[in-house]
Ligand binder design. Structure first.
Ligand code: HEC
Length: 216
């Protein structure tokens, strides 16, 4: 190490002399792992695993993708319809609504019981079987704020479905909700949803339960 004050300051601060540096490097050089011949087995195993995964995924997609046909996600399509079979003239709205309910089960659960403390129940809910305009608005624009369902308080948010679901789908899912799990309330028609949708155009952001309770 140079003791000359005019020498490179950075080296002085690092506090390392040439001998020290050389000693450290010597240790590092000495302690290198032994070079081995051939490929190490781990990358080979990984490669095999990845290949198997890709093969599996390809077969899975080929088998279950439905040919990437957008119609497979249409709840109105019945088995056989795409092969040219005639569609039934009238489909049961409740049956179609049950399929649309796939959008709701993550929170309200297939049982309609919701999750205590987080998601309110639809089974036996006074909201579900109450005035249809309230629940149509909930589906169109979402819901947020303190709400009492079956004498239990919830304060959470529900996303809007107005842009992703058609009037008919919203009507059917509400018809399902209003007649499943022992619920018994009149069906909701697509025309009714259309009417409410028109009445609330321009609305942005979720409704609050308080606002909705004012609707008779
Ligand atoms: C991401 C979770 C989530 C999804 C998905 C969801 N909801 Fe909700 N829902 C909620 C929450 C949370 C509330 C209560 C909001 C609050 O606290 O103000 C609620 C409230 C409701 C209510 C009024 C209160 C009650 O329990 O009766 C109805 C009716 C309802 N949802 C129906 C539906 C339907 C139908 C769908 C599917 C199209 C759906 N929800 C999808 C979370 C969700």
């Amino acid at each position: 190490m140079s003791t000359d004050p005019s020498s490179d300051l950075r080296l002085d601060q690092a506090g390392a002399s040439d001998e020290q540096l050389q000693r450290v490097h010597a240790i590092l050089l000495r302690e290198k792992p032994e070079p081995t011949e051939g490929l190490s087995p781990l990358p080979l195993m990984l490669l095999g695993l990845m290949s198997a995964l890709i093969l599996f995924s390809a077969i899975y997609l080929g088998r279950y993708s439905g040919g990437f046909d957008p119609m497979v996600y249409d709840e109105r399509i019945l088995p056989g319809m795409l092969e040219g079979g005639a569609a039934p003239a009238v489909q049961d709205p409740k049956m179609l609504g049950k399929r649309v309910f796939a959008n709701c089960i993550a929170c309200h659960q297939p049982t309609g019981l919701g999750l205590p403390g987080a998601y309110p129940p639809l089974a036996g809910s006074e909201w579900a079987i109450g005035p249809d305009e309230r629940i149509i608005r909930i589906l169109l624009d979402g819901l947020s704020g303190p709400i009492t369902v079956k004498n239990t308080q919830f304060n959470n948010s529900m996303p809007a479905f107005g842009t992703q679901l058609r009037d008919e789908q919203l009507a059917n899912v509400l018809t399902y909700v209003r007649s499943e799990w022992g619920n018994s309330a009149p069906a909701v028609t697509a025309d009714r949803v259309k009417q409410i949708r028109a009445a609330v155009t321009g609305r942005t952001g979720p409704w609050s339960p308080e606002e909705l309770l004012k609707i008779p």
